[in-house]
Design a protein around this ligand. Sequence first.
Ligand SMILES: Nc1ncnc2c1ncn2[C@@H]1O[C@H](COP(=O)(O)OP(=O)(O)OP(=O)(O)O)[C@@H](O)[C@H]1O
Ligand SMILES: [Mg+2]
Length: 343
Amino acid sequence: MGSKIIYEIKNLTHSYGKGPQTLDIDYLKICEGSVTGLVGPNGSGKSTLLRILAFLEPYTGGSLSFEECSDTSADVVDIRKKVTYLLQNSYLLKRSVFENIAYGLRLRNETEDLTERVHDSLERVGLSPKKFAQRPWYRLSGGEVQRVALAARLALHPKVLILDEPTANVDESSALLVKNAAVSAWKEWGTTVIVATHDLAWLTEVSTDIISLYRGRIVGHGTENLVHGPWIRENGSVVRELSDGQKIHALSSGREDHSAVVINPSDISVHRIPSGPVTEMNILKGTVTSMTLERATGCALISVQVGDIVLKSRMTVDKMKEDMISPASEVILTFSPENVRWI
Ligand SMILES: Nc1ncnc2c1ncn2[C@@H]1O[C@H](COP(=O)(O)OP(=O)(O)OP(=O)(O)O)[C@@H](O)[C@H]1O
Ligand SMILES: [Mg+2]
């Protein structure tokens, strides 16, 4: 697994028919063997981007290259063999679990060791082949359907696995099995995984890059804090009042359409008890809700509930231990309005 680029996007735009622009991406590269997370509010363009990356949706402008080949229309059939895509609500073919998983392999004439591959895929998603292989499609729970659908993709040993909110409609134990199965493909076969999910804690742990989308644009790499309005003008600055009355101060952008901001977690400091007087303009009280080890940086990412929003702060593990920050700690967040960026 190196840093060979598998996808490269330049000035890509997309709209549905004559509708408004849904995507406008200046540049994006995805490396082979990486785990890329895609986050963003509803309607920000995650599914559209994933369908474009799966070559299921044409784009309107710009370019997309796959394995250094930019004229992807020429070998879309070939590419589809390498790229598999799993939806939030998968459906199965009206046949047994075994035949559902075997289907893709039969299509590709990869029927050597068929039973073994089907059974291995079932085990990867936590379904016992003995119990499930001969089950008909209609005797499965929603979570099992999703896992069989994933097993059918995994059986192909895909080069790229694209997952669109794969755990949105399944319970926690199925979700964990789906996530572990995706990670196992990445570990064993070097599968490039691209996943849209709201499960930020998991993404932080496993991903090498997180792309944050907002209104069709990439607004940050990594787990940027995104804070929506309403923003109001107050004594020369622009503020967002939180549900508990605390305020986030930003510098005026000079425009009237103040809508949303991003704040890099590295720009937010967390203090258990401030060691001296705090001079930052933004001083917010909150409670630590979760802490994760961020794979991409090796740092701790601390999520803090402040009023109605959650802000994440990045700090070294040593500093975190030194300051005795742990879940449920009451903490104080400080950051400068200059680090609150309009998007
Ligand atoms: N088939 C379609 N025809 C027209 N507009 C669409 C279509 N699919 C999505 N859109 C619009 O494109 C925009 C981006 O939608 P998309 O589904 O990519 O967002 P998303 O980030 O996946 O959202 P969600 O979190 O709700 O899944 C939205 O404004 C949506 O209304
Ligand atoms: Mg979507």
